[in-house]
Design a protein around this ligand. Structure first.
Ligand code: ADP
Ligand code: MG
Length: 324
């Protein structure tokens, strides 16, 4: 591990937090009402704040992992969430508590679950919904990148929804692997889940904001096809598929998918990070706007106008090629 000479922390870790870490017993403030998910070092539970009746998600992060003190990693995750406080595509940090073994992050609750459920379901989402979710994801990613933050673990399990019916807005979660770029030179680390991670990460090459855009390509692929583009029978095969960018665009998977969707995904799943469009450049891809620009105002899938995130995007193209 490379350490930052000033802070003594691993490269890219933040240590400044504003949210106090309360030692008041969790049970006196919240009622735990069930489990929402779990990962390698965290359990996330649904909880209700007793004073307000409001629902939150409590992420229990172990302070010691594999015999090592990981408090600084948890503080870092809090610091990234705080930096993203004004990014309304990122889940909000409400409070933090400390127990014997854990630091517990009290997070805004995303009631609609993971978009992963819509990647593996028999019934995929209509493309107009998919483009809406991808636009929102790009807004969130763009805002992170504006703050020199990279997420590095974008995958369908870490993009949640505020509601299910009607389908809500996205919230990006899980900033455990997120890093701040720039301050300490190059960032190279083996991180993330091989299935969703860009070739430069697997090859131990420099990580940039383009690394997140690869993952957006994987997420878009999964939402439109219901298949994970690089997953192999084992880790080795997955690594090989990613580093050779071995992607199946055959009609078998894409029979119901528009040409513009394929074009969007092809532009992101490219080996050289510098050849991938930025989040802002992606936002002007015609796929993301084709159904908004549809002259048929009665189309049932026509998306409603979204609340603005305050980002000024390049005007969407006026004349999408793919009109039938
Ligand atoms: P890990 O680092 O262990 O992957 P995550 O932060 O990704 O932890 O949380 C694990 C799972 O818990 C998520 O994939 C999601 O299903 C659920 N979850 C996390 N945060 C929330 C939240 N704010 N609202 C609802 N569910 C959540
Ligand atoms: Mg996760």
């Amino acid at each position: 591990r490379r350490l930052d000479s000033r802070s003594g922390l691993p490269a890219g870790l933040l240590s400044d937090i504003q949210t106090p870490i309360s030692t008041e017993p969790l049970e006196s403030v919240y009622e735990i009402t069930g489990e929402l998910g779990r990962g390698k070092f965290a359990v996330v539970k649904r909880c209700v704040e007793k004073s307000s009746g409001k629902v939150f998600a409590a992420k229990f992060l172990r302070k010691r992992r594999r015999g090592r003190d990981c408090r600084s990693e948890v503080i870092h995750e809090m610091a990234v969430l705080e930096m993203s406080h004004n990014n309304n595509r990122v889940v909000n940090l409400h409070a933090a508590h400390e127990t014997d073994h854990d630091i517990v992050l009290i997070l805004e609750y995303a009631a609609g679950g993971e978009i992963f459920d819509h990647c593996v379901s028999d019934e995929l989402l209509p493309e107009a919904q998919i483009t809406r979710l991808i636009r929102q994801t790009l807004e969130g990613v763009h805002n992170l990148h504006q703050s020199n933050l990279v997420h590095l673990d974008l995958k369908p399990q870490n993009i949640l929804l505020t509601g299910l019916s009607p389908l809500g807005d996205i919230k990006i979660v899980d900033f455990g692997l997120a890093r701040r770029l720039g301050a300490v030179g190059e960032l190279r680390e083996i991180l993330g889940t091989p299935e969703y991670v860009a070739p430069e990460v697997l090859n131990y090459e420099p990580i940039t904001t383009a690394t997140d855009l690869w993952s957006v390509g994987v997420i878009a692929y999964m939402l439109v096809t219901g298949e994970s583009p690089f997953v192999g029978d084992d880790k080795q095969e997955t690594y090989l598929n990613v580093s050779q960018v071995n992607v199946d665009y055959s009609r078998e998977n894409f029979s119901m998918v528009s040409e513009l969707a394929v074009d969007f995904i092809r532009k992101l799943l490219v080996k050289a990070p510098e050849d991938r469009p930025s989040a802002a450049e992606c936002m002007s891809h015609p796929w993301l706007w084709q159904l908004c620009l549809s002259p048929d105002l009665t189309a049932p899938t026509r998306p409603v106008r979204e609340r603005s995130c305050g980002i000024k995007w390049a005007a969407p193209p006026e004349d999408p090629e793919d009109k039938e």
